[in-house]
Design a protein around this ligand. Sequence first.
Ligand code: PLP
Length: 406
Amino acid sequence: MSEADTLSRKAEFPGLITPDGARWHYLDTAATAQKPQAVIDAVTRALGRDYATVHRGVYCRSAEMTLAYEAARRRVAEFLGARSENEVVFVRGATEGINLVAQSWGAANISAGDCIMLSQLEHHSNIVPWQMLAERVGAEIDFCPLTVDGRIDLDAMETILTERHKIVALAHVSNVLGSILDVRRAANLAHSVGAKILLDGCQAAPRMPLDITGLDCDFFVFSGHKIYGPTGIGVLWAREELLESMPPWQGGGSMINRVAFEGTTYAPPPQRFEAGTPMIAEAIGLRAAVDYVEAIGLERLFRHESGLAADARAALRRINSITLFGPEESAGIVSFVMEGVHPHDLGTILDEENVAIRAGHHCAQPLMGCLGIPATARASFGLYSDESDIEALIRGIERAKRIFAT
Ligand SMILES: *Cc1c(COP(=O)(O)O)cnc(C)c1O
């Protein structure tokens, strides 16, 4: 993306301006992305003149809303490169998607003595649901170590994996280090011992082209709010025959075939996993977000954001009190610490300069333990980020250095 291009994009994001009209250097897109006006408008319309329930009403508005909701599902399926829209389950977010897989597929397929393979860089959302399952059924969890530059070490995984492993669940892109998983190899390794593979795609879906069928994975999850869409909506993708084999995990309206006092038969997927009134306006907002990023092109977004991350690393490396983490090739996410300045203090000083970074453990406390630090500062880029955001970051860091030197 050219400079002019990103500058014109910034104007489409009302959230990138401070209340007093200044430019806000938002470098926390990995936590949640700002929303383009097109998404805000789509949600407003869905909650306004188009609003009605789905899958129930006999009146025209409801039938139209049902079509729009199901069109959103088809759009997401197409975006992911899925074979069918029946492979797309709408959930509240990636966290709910992983909990669904753990509680439905996991409880039916993992039992005492089985193993679950995670990695040391996983987000808490891809650790805790598996720990809860492991505790319930008596399974064990292995955490694949990382390479020195912060990638999941697949050579190590190859030596650890056994036929006791039933599932391998890994971040496609690390939310702390920006490291990118070699998905094909990870999927091959998992399948070679008969395990399924789940990808936590929270940071990959907004940043790189996906071809879910070609990646040969079994489950994929992501959150709408990290791909410029609303909160409260996310996607679980799974191969259709896998979804068909899975028991429901929540009961209620919409997920049934027929309910009687004697018992209930369940709807086929994806409805089987969408109990209750779904996130209607949120699904329509997600569709608008998918339209938005695809109109720019994911290939182009990847080049743009990984280019900014490389520039930020180069600029940070010139400051002698900074230590960088993660591999040189990062998908738009840079973690670092500054000698003598706690990341929280750095975050506060940068906030005074209208620069928003994340400081803390980034919901990856086990990873912080591996790195031997309690917290990092993290700058993460989005499609609206540009060099001016990096310059503001560096200015703020230089100021923090002066403050802490005195
Ligand atoms: C944000 C994030 C999650 C959790 O997503 P929610 O939207 O909070 O459900 C999980 N994994 C990674 C890698 C993330 O970045």
